[in-house]
Ligand binder design. Structure first.
Ligand SMILES: [Zn+2]
Ligand SMILES: [Zn+2]
Length: 1156
């Protein structure tokens, strides 16, 4: 480090560009090389080590050693080189200062000679939660306290620390928490107004350009200031003059320069790239008064950005006027700095430093810090990090940029087929010229990419150096793997959900809702993870005992049976609806001889016919049952469709079914559905209103009344017949509201016809007038008409908690509900989607799994209202028919899966509960070959269907379960070896409690523990379990940001409990030294799609207490649910961790089924 501090490291930069000249068929490569050297700072380097290297201490030692140099040579060098390089920037002689300028000129200061307040201090930027830690270590090792050490944690202190204090300080610690949006907003006052909102919204490069302009003004003003003070001008007057005249002058000058520059080029650019329509042209041509601030700010790169800026700002006054008219971002109306100058003499922007140390540069939220560090002036820069990110060109480029080194022009997009190491930074959004570039050059040759990569390598070689201190970290560590078993119930659910996930291709979003919601996942959990990652999260949490499973095996079986019933009813509903819609189309067509069926309509009709024909055929003696999922499934489905209840009962033979059902599926199956009044008839098809009610004939009124009776029985489980004469107006009551409550447990009585017959007799007894009144009363309960619906949508209330932005909250909610939406949708559109769902108006297409709640209204009345032309009605009806068929198919799939699960669960439970599995199995036979089973290790249970297989039959099974007629798909699906099913005589504790129990019983109360957990649910379960076991702990994951530092400090000194609970996915503990703890618990193996990230995060976590300064042995515990996705993850980790691998080799047991 010392060496690098004194001699600048020159770095040859290379710019490489490639273009294919298509007409000539040649590839042109352009190359430019130049030296990059101090003062644009290529001094310093990266100090990075996996863990515990003691970077803080080494850095402090460096500061200590360099103390004398920092106060003399360092400053002298900066004065000579930096100020020298900057002096040409200075407008002279102080032209923007008017009299004041002349005054200082008169005083003999012809030219300002310094642009910075050159400090001898080291500036250290740290994550906000360890700013106190740095201060404490500076005191501990160097004995430095205030005023030698300054800790700056607010933006006001950043701007307002006095010159005297700055000069006294040896170390200035700046909290990374300062570098947020207000940091940029504050600079808004010293530069042109480039956007109507804030520079935070500028795309990356334009923002950097803008930032540099702001710094430039800062530094020129500092030069004026220093010269003015030297000339003896009173400070107050001087600052006032700088703000009143100096700064506005600079801004005007800058604007004028840009205008002049663009005046030459803009027409060309405008024609080629900037075709934004006449408005922007007008702006460019000078009549900017009419120019609108069109949203061109999104996509330009720096140069073009300026074009856009120019259109917007001809001098400040106009800009302000325009701001008024185009407040696209309403939230940004705060006039913080607009039109007001904000320059103050003491501000860290105005200073230069002996060195800048950026600790934990990989810590998140570093974008603005990066901007600050790369543009700040210092003799040397150091980047510190445990567990550095350095795996792609992207990371290297980022690090290089902090040293002011432009490493390679990163590719916005690489063509496929190149080596993966070439990952370029995602420049989002792509600039116009990049888009053009990508568009125009089709070839990106690997050689070019490799050349760039080599350049990055040379940077790494120069700036990163292997350190010799590796061996110093010799802290004894003992690793333990602690396997846990799931409870029988959890395990049964786990296997079933896993099966469903496999069927869904590991896509969480297309899981049926019962599987999706078995663990309470919120939108926030889902949004920042990909489908497969969510699937792993779901399985991990379910396995850890955090699923909402039933209290007992019996309850689970009951639940499954109920789900079979519910799905059966749903299927019946959909089937009837399909038939009714089909008939309705035919009826409409019959009434319109001229109508020619369109293709979709014809298709639907054919499909319905084909389905019914094959059912008819299946009913015949030789019928093929395969497409109905085998005999068993067919029996069930057929029984449901036939309206015969008790379909699960085994006494119903295919013969009896054929008898009961044959009626309907003979030659004219179509007619058999005649009497099945439509479920949705009344709601959807007859938009009868008060205005046309009088037109109804008596017969029509009577038919409507009958329909309503039908509807009621189908929708409501509790509907009772009309025995008491005139029904009350709330007759439909639970029939048309709260669909969820009505579908569960509803059984369609086989006597529904009888019930309606009874009702009909009541209706017979009513006078025509009574009947009319009654129908009218019911009519008033009809769902809202279209007009009212618009009102509902408009006024749909949606409450947001936690002050979250409305759109984000809506997106989270829609994600939870599995609703589809476009990311470009407006808040109003998102609201409407949610509103439609809540009012039961969403159709299958609106859901990501294609499953709408089945028994809700359909948003379809308008086009089918009577009075519309037949063709329109037919098309609308057909749309509904198609949806219904899709929904029906999905329902049948769900039903099938659930029926099979209902077989697996009890079989699994019986096995898990038998203490002697061999004995238990010897009483059983292989379901396929019927030979008796012998040992648990040679017997298998198929999760998909609950069939037991011997080894031979398991081996020969291909895609399907080998048992005859079994429709279960088994290829790459779980088939459990019976000996691997844990015996659970006493049910194990869920994971969180197991961990709490473990700590309570195995770790002395005076030893400190770090518990790392992933996922919100597990963290809160752990917190709860710690409470339950009366363990004292700090939940850092549940601690507000501004309290993190305090809590950490409390924990370190033993004032905050024995346990520190941390979230693996958040880096809130990065950099903190927690060597007081000697136990590390990983509540679950850490899951992340990027293996590098995964490894790094785990080392980062371990490094909190396995690091320099640790004097005792550290115990690391890996908790894992055996036989789940966690085992898979931990086995992968074992490849990098020898003791864990040894554990698996010795005690780990066989590989789980899917890893063999
Ligand atoms: Zn067998
Ligand atoms: Zn089977």
């Amino acid at each position: 480090m010392l060496l690098r501090e004194r001699a600048a490291l020159n770095f040859a930069e290379r710019e490489i560009e490639e273009e294919v000249v298509a007409p000539l068929g040649i590839r042109v490569v352009g190359k430019a090389e130049w030296e990059n050297r101090f003062p644009y700072s290529a001094r310093g380097g990266v100090v990075a080590h996996e863990i515990g290297y003691g970077k803080t201490v080494v850095s402090l030692a460096l500061i200590d050693y360099m103390r004398a140099w920092d106060t003399k040579e360092s400053i002298a060098e900066r004065e000579a080189k930096v100020d020298g390089a900057w002096s040409q920037e200075l407008p002279r002689p102080f032209e923007h200062l008017g009299n004041m300028g002349s005054a200082s000129l008169a005083a003999g200061t012809e030219k300002a000679n310094s642009f910075f307040i050159h400090l001898s201090a080291t500036l250290i930027i740290v994550p906000k939660h360890i700013s106190q830690q740095w201060a404490a270590e500076a005191e501990k090792f160097l004995g430095l306290t205030r005023p030698k050490v300054l800790v700056i944690t607010t933006l006001n202190a950043f701007y307002g620390t006095s010159m005297e204090e700055l000069k006294k300080a040896e170390i200035i610690i700046v909290s990374g928490g300062i570098f947020t949006r207000p940091f940029l907003d504050r600079l808004h006052g010293v530069t042109r107004q480039v956007t109507e909102s804030t520079p935070a919204t500028l795309p990356g490069r334009a923002r950097e350009a803008w930032y540099r302009e702001a710094l430039r003004h800062h530094r020129i003003l500092t030069a004026y200031y220093l010269a003015g003070i030297a000339a003896g001008i009173p400070e107050k007057d001087l600052v006032a003059a700088l703000n009143e005249r100096g700064l506005p002058g600079l801004i005007r000058k800058q604007q004028a320069d840009i205008d002049a520059l663009l005046a030459k080029q803009v027409q060309e650019i405008d024609r080629q790239l900037y075709k934004k329509g006449p408005k922007s042209k007008a702006a460019v041509a000078g009549s900017s008064r009419s120019a609108e601030n069109e949203d061109a700010t999104d996509n330009e790169d720096a140069a073009e950005q300026e074009t856009a800026m120019k259109g917007k700002g001809k001098g400040k006054a106009k800009v302000t006027a325009k701001n008024k008219g185009t407040s696209k971002d309403k939230e940004d109306t705060d006039d913080l700095s607009r039109g007001k100058s904000q320059w103050t003499p003491t501000c860290l922007h105005n200073c230069s430093y002996a060195r800048i140390i950026w600790d934990e540069y990989t810590y998140d939220g570093g974008d603005l810090i990066h901007l600050f560090v790369s543009n700040a002036v210092a003799n040397a820069k150091w980047l510190l990090s445990g567990t550095p990110e350095l795996f792609t060109l992207q990371h290297v480029c980022r690090v290089a940029a902090a040293f002011g080194i432009h490493l390679a022009r990163p590719e916005p997009r690489m063509m496929p087929g190149l080596p993966p190491i070439m990952t370029g930074p995602a420049l989002d959004p792509m600039s116009k010229s990049e888009e053009f570039h990508v568009f125009s050059s089709r070839v990106k040759s690997p050689s070019l990419a490799m050349e760039r990569h080599e350049h990055a390598h040379s940077f790494v070689a120069a700036f990163f150096r292997g350190n010799a201190l590796d061996a110093e970290i010799d802290i004894p560590v003992e690793e333990h793997v602690i396997p846990l078993d799931m409870t029988t119930l959890t395990a049964a659910h786990y296997h079933m959900v896993n099966q469903e996930l496999l069927d869904a291709g590991y896509d969480f979003t297309i899981l049926p809702s019962h599987a999706r919601t078995i663990v309470d996942l919120k939108g926030t959990d889902l949004l920042n993870r990909e489908g497969p990652e969510v699937a792993k999260m779901l399985l991990g949490l379910l396995g850890s005992g955090l699923g909402q499973v039933e209290a007992s095996m019996d309850a689970m079986n009951e639940n499954l049976a109920r789900r079979v019933n519910v799905l059966g009813d749903q299927m019946k509903l959909l089937w009837d609806k399909t038939m009714w819609l089909w008939r309705w189309i035919l009826a409409l067509m019959a009434g319109n001889r001229e109508y020619k069926a369109t293709e979709p309509v014809a298709n639907s009709l054919t499909r319905v016919k084909a389905l019914c024909d094959s059912l008819t055929e299946a009913m015949s003696d030789s019928g093929n049952l395969e497409e109905f999922g085998g005999k068993e499934m067919f029996d069930h489905e057929a029984a449901i469709i036939a309206g015969v209840r008790g379909a699960q009962s085994t006494d119903m033979t295919i013969e009896s079914l054929r008898e009961a059902w044959g009626e309907r599926f003979k030659a004219n199956w179509a007619d058999c559905y005649n009497e099945n009044k439509a479920l949705f008839t009344w709601f959807d098809f007859f938009s009868i209103e008060a205005s046309n009610y009088d037109h109804l004939t008596d017969t029509q009124t009577r038919l409507l009344a009958e329909d309503m009776c039908w509807l009621r029985y189908k929708i409501s489980p509790h509907a009772s017949p009309l025995t008491d004469g005139l029904p009350s107006p709330d007759f439909l009551g639970n029939g048309n509201a709260s669909p969820n409550s009505s579908i569960t447990g509803r059984g369609i009585p086989p006597t529904i016809e009888e019930l309606v017959e009874r009702d009909k007799r009541v209706l017979d007894g009513m006078s025509s007038k009574e009947l009319r009144e009654w129908v009218q009363q019911c009519m008033e309960q009809q769902p809202k008409t279209a007009q009212e619906w618009d009102q509902i949508k408009k006024n749909f209330p949606f409450k947001v908690e936690d002050k979250k932005p409305l759109k984000a909250a809506l997106i989270e909610r829609l994600t939870e509900l599995n609703l589809k939406f476009s990311s470009a949708a407006t808040v109003q559109q998102l609201k409407e989607i949610l509103c439609a769902h809540e009012h039961g108006r969403s159709v299958c297409e609106n859901y990501r799994d294609g499953r709408a709640p089945p028994d809700r209204y359909r948003d379809f009345e308008l086009t089918t209202a009577w009075g519309e032309p037949a063709a329109k009605q037919i098309d609308a009806t057909n749309e509904e028919l198609k949806r219904t068929m899709v929904h029906l198919a999905k329902t049948i799939e769900d039903l099938r899966a659930t029926m099979l699960e209902a077989k697996f669960a009890p079989e699994y439970a019986a096995l898990a509960r038998s203490e002697n599995k061999d004995a238990f199995l010897r009483k059983k036979r292989c379901c396929s070959c019927f030979r008796p089973l012998s040992h648990a290790s040679s017997s298998f249970l198929v999760v998909a269907c609950g069939h037991l297989l011997c080894r031979e039959c398991k081996v020969i099974s291909g895609f399907y379960c080998p048992v005859e007629h079994c429709p279960a798909f088994v290829r790459k699906r779980p088939v459990l070896q019976c000996s691997q099913i844990p015996t659970s005589v006493a049910e194990p504790l869920p994971k969180a409690e197991s961990i709490a129990y473990f700590i309570k019983n195995n770790i002395p109360a005076d030893e400190y523990v770090l518990v790392f957990a992933q996922y919100r649910q597990l963290i809160s379960a752990l917190a709860k379990a710690f409470d339950q076991y009366q363990l004292s702990y700090v939940n850092l994951a549940g601690t507000k940001d501004n309290m993190v530092a305090k809590k950490l400090e409390e924990f370190k000194v033993g004032k905050a409990g024995q346990i520190l609970l941390l979230d693996m996915d958040s880096e809130t503990s990065a950099g903190s030294n927690l060597t007081n703890a000697t136990h590390i618990i990983f509540a679950s193996p850490y899951v992340h799609p990027d293996p590098e990230h995964q490894t790094r995060t785990v080392s980062q976590a371990r490094g909190r207490c396995i690091r320099t300064g640790q004097e005792r042995k550290v115990n690391v515990y890996h908790f894992m649910m055996r036989g789940t996705v966690e085992e898979e993850t931990l086995r992968k980790y074992a490849e990098k961790c020898k003791p864990v691998k040894e554990w698996f080799d010795k005690d780990g047991g066989g590989l789980p089924w899917w890893m063999t």
